[in-house]
Design a protein around this ligand. Sequence first.
Ligand code: 2AL
Length: 247
Amino acid sequence: MRIRLINPNTTQSMTDAIGRCASDVAGPLTLVEAVSPSMGPASIESHYEEALAVPGILEQVALGESEGVDAYVVACFGDPGLDAARELAHGPVLGIAEAGMHAAAMLGRTFGIVTTLERTTGRARELAHRYGFGDVCVAIRACEIPVLALDDPRSDAYGRVVAECRAVLDAGADAVLLGCAGMADLCHRVSDEIGAPVVDGVSSATVFAESLVRLRLATGKRGEYAPPPVKAMTGLMAGFERAWADA
Ligand code: 2AL
């Protein structure tokens, strides 16, 4: 089975890191292909960057379709382009916020989220409502470390994420969900430190995508998620006219 793990930002070191986290949990017969788009922002922590990341994500899905990929994970916590990717792909497409929230909701009555910058908490709250976890998600906290500083030892990401996870538990959460793919490798250490379940959306989405393929389940294609019509596109988007149709 081939799962394409799309890091929607273009930072290769982060793509490699999340690829290792996903491969660690994938089954022996699963190939996790961690990829970065050919275009887009170096990291995503604003609505603007999220919007500009979407063409690169769709490019990777269209390529994956032509290569026989079985399922996709969109590995940015805003779940950018998830609906559009579902229209292009035959197999399941999972977002890490969506998968992580489902996992966290199965570990207690409530969960909380620890994300990067305060400005990303609105999107996390919006997604919690979208996925039906508005009341289950009792706290969303920011560690105020930008995505690309998470692996810089000077940022003390570990210490600051632990502190915010504790605040989330104090707010009544049974489980904590890490709100950035760049935090994936902190997951087990933080969980041991705070004595509560800590969910990483990257590994959760990978295992869920694998399970859906094994169950022979994929996106329903009869309505909203049917392939988009082929139509003229201009300027920078010209190459997207038949992206899915040629796949
Ligand atoms: C993210 C993420 O997961 N990847 C990225 O570039 N930005 N999320 C976040 N909350 O900052």
